[in-house]
Design a binder for this molecule. Structure first.
Ligand code: RUQ
Ligand code: CUA
Length: 667
């Protein structure tokens, strides 16, 4: 007990040091009052309460209450955790090649990573969001943005696999993404960097007034989930940082934060902080939808890929799309308004009823809360405070609902519980602050260790949050865990928010850099989780559905191996007649029809990843034998007591050899 208390005191001191460093760095005159409060809180830190161990303990064989999907940041992927245990269940490959199971390496999944720039092996994934029906999580799909090469991915929550990726043209730094409207009509993707539209060779100094920012509304087909860019709003050349949908009464609107309304192109850390206020852009997407339905907008040439994975063929296809519908917002009166928001806002968040829009000005101590009703009243009264590039600016005082005098520094993101409370993370003062929606009073604050980015409450971005836990997704990990050299995993912290005061109950490391996360009760997802792929429904063109069909075929220098696998044998397991210079495709079908019996495949010297093949599935890897000899392959997944026997040989002859193909079928 005593030791842990010391540890917390040390951490608090280091946190203060770190905070100080950052504040100094910012060269800001912001005050430091937030830290004083934290000292008091740290000594009554919830981690000392003995029953906290029970709160996070999920006994062996028991299941967690929530699934949490964490973005992987620069890993490009999504990781799946259980709450409250913090146990990691799966890493879902999305935008990155993943040698663990061959995603992005197998012939079937390579098309998933095709873009207009060619094949891209990775990305930076930021903000997952779960599909909704009537504003509540429905657990069908998870969407996430690729930030670097602008893309949106859809993950199927039956298979926990990436099912679709669409590229977003006219965008760069796809950050104000991938948020869902309350009936999953659209997943929205906004550009962070404004760029020349269309892209062209021009001087960077001519940015101002010439670069533009695209906000893309991507429709979601209600049955299949298939995505299609319905329209792109071509906005002024600001940076569009984050966004959230309206809900309830504000359904039909979407809110985007902007910064760099100065339109600086260099030294942004100084030049983009000149304006006291940037904007939250309020977009009436229903109005634009109507405009487009009546033939509005301009179809322009564009190149972007649409990659779709099929569970029937176990293969992805990549299609290059050639045009996109753009909309000039000044041509749609009543569609876009700017609300002035202090101090370079980062997150913009909408409360569960849809009444309030919270702007988190990251160079500020206060939060700015706008009223949706007041916004509509100001729009109806046409009370404007000038315009920016032809788009009306509303008067700050007219739309302001209240300000949260937080006492914290560097607010980034806000989430909501089901009891009318909001929770905001503060990066600089390293804390989560709980406040009351409507009275704007601060109710509680707890330190995070350290430098928190997003926080997340299951369903916190919906009409129906599950306000039992909050996770803070922290950037700095040092001294929370055993050191692992200079590179540390980031750290998540779990707070019990069921009472009046938040209690820190658990720490756990996360993979990559989780920005946002999304969580859902396990009771919604677990019963639907798919266990196998049915072999009878496998429509892969190279599937070997009967072991007797296993064979090897040559077409010139290309050899196709139709291979089947079942505990604990490959058919065929001996192949002769392969030659140096051949390209050999192994099309391997797993004949198991039991849950959790994958087999693996690796071939010595293959310049490729191995495969991990699920029951009923077919996957293909390519091998180019470079040396004569007899070369083994084997199963990489310990699948039975005879797993070590699951192996085979390939005889490779010189390029000039006349040896005919032959293979063993185990007769
Ligand atoms: S985000 S915290 Cu605020 Cu994309 Cu990272
Ligand atoms: Cu199959 Cu080990």
């Amino acid at each position: 007990m005593h030791l842990r208390l010391n540890k917390i005191t040390t951490n608090t001191l280091q946190m203060k040091k770190y905070s100080f460093y950052l504040v100094t760095l910012l060269g800001s005159v912001l005050f430091l009052s937030g830290c004083g409060d934290q000292n008091g809180n740290a000594s009554s830190n919830g981690a000392l309460a003995s029953n906290n161990a029970e709160k996070v303990y999920v006994a062996p064989g028991e299941h967690d209450e929530f699934y949490a999907f964490m973005s992987g940041g620069y890993s490009g992927n999504v990781t799946v955790y259980g709450l409250p245990s913090g146990r990691m269940f799966k890493e879902i490959p999305v935008f990155s090649q993943f040698p663990t199971n061959g995603y992005g390496y197998s012939e079937e999944t390579k098309p998933m990573l095709e873009t207009s720039f060619g094949f891209i092996p990775n990305d930076d994934s930021h903000h997952p969001d779960i599909s909704q029906t009537n504003g509540e999580l429905d657990g069908r799909w998870l969407f996430i943005n690729g930030n670097n090469t602008p893309r949106i991915a859809r993950i199927d929550l039956k298979t926990f696999e990436t099912a679709e990726i669409i590229e977003v043209p006219n965008s760069a730094g796809n950050h104000s993404s991938s948020y869902i409207t309350e009936n999953s009509e659209y997943v929205v993707a906004g550009t962070r960097f404004s760029v020349p539209i269309p892209q062209r060779d021009m001087p960077i100094k001519d940015y101002k007034g010439n670069f533009k920012g695209a906000l893309s509304f991507i429709s979601i087909e209600p049955e299949t989930g298939h995505m299609d860019i319905k329209f792109q709003l071509i906005m002024p050349g600001f940076n569009y940082d984050l966004s959230h949908p309206g809900r309830g009464k504000s359904h039909g609107w979407f809110f985007f934060t902007t910064y760099n309304t100065e339109e600086a192109n260099s030294l942004l850390e100084v030049n983009a902080s000149q304006n006291d206020k940037d904007f939250i852009a309020a977009v009436n997407w229903k109005k634009i939808e109507e405009y487009v339905a009546n033939g509005g907008g301009t179809m322009v040439p564009a190149n972007y890929t649409h990659n779709v994975y099929s569970d029937e063929t176990h293969s992805a296809t990549s299609t290059m799309k050639k045009e996109v519908l753009t909309v000039d917002p000044t041509k749609v009166p009543g569609a876009v308004f700017f609300m002035p928001t202090p101090k370079s806002p980062h997150g913009v968040d909408v409360n569960p009823t849809g009444d309030y829009i919270v702007g988190n000005g990251k160079l500020s101590a206060d939060l700015t809360v706008f009223s949706f009703d007041k916004m509509i009243a100001a729009i109806d009264a046409k009370k404007y405070d000038g315009e920016a590039y032809g788009l009306p600016i509303l008067k700050f005082e007219d739309v302001l609902a209240g300000q949260v005098k937080s006492g914290g520094l560097g607010p980034l993101h806000t989430e909501f519980d089901d009891k009318g409370n909001a929770y905001t993370t503060f990066f600089i003062s390293s804390e989560v602050v709980k406040w009351k929606v409507g009275t704007w009073e601060v109710i509680d604050r707890k330190p995070t260790f350290y430098s928190v980015g997003h926080c997340m409450i299951p369903g916190g971005n919906s009409r129906k949050p599950f306000g039992k836990y909050l996770i803070s997704l922290n950037k700095i990990t040092k001294d929370r865990y055993l050191p692992t050299g200079p590179e540390l995993e980031h750290s998540a912290q779990l707070y019990d928010i069921s009472g009046d005061k938040m209690e820190l109950i658990y720490d756990f490391p996360t993979h990559g850099e989780p920005h946002y996360a999304a969580a859902i009760p396990a009771s919604i997802l677990a019963p639907k989780s798919q266990k196998i792929y049915k072999l009878a429904e496998n429509e892969h063109p190279f599937a070997t559905k009967n072991v007797s069909d296993a064979r090897v075929e040559r077409e010139g220098n290309v050899v196709h191996v139709y291979m089947a696998m079942i505990r604990s044998h490959f058919t065929p397991d001996n192949i002769e007649g392969i030659k140096v210079g051949d390209t050999v495709y192994f099309h391997i079908t797993n004949h198991e029809q039991d849950f959790d019996v994958p087999h693996g495949f690796m071939m010595i010297g293959a310049n490729n990843s191995g495969l991990l093949i699920m029951p009923g599935q077919t996957k293909t890897t390519v091998w180019e034998p470079k040396q004569e000899g007899v070369w083994p392959f084997y199963c990489t997944d310990f699948c039975s007591a005879l797993h070590q026997e699951m192996q085979g040989y390939i005889r490779v002859s010189p390029a000039s050899s006349n040896l005919d193909l032959s293979w063993s079928l185990g007769e």
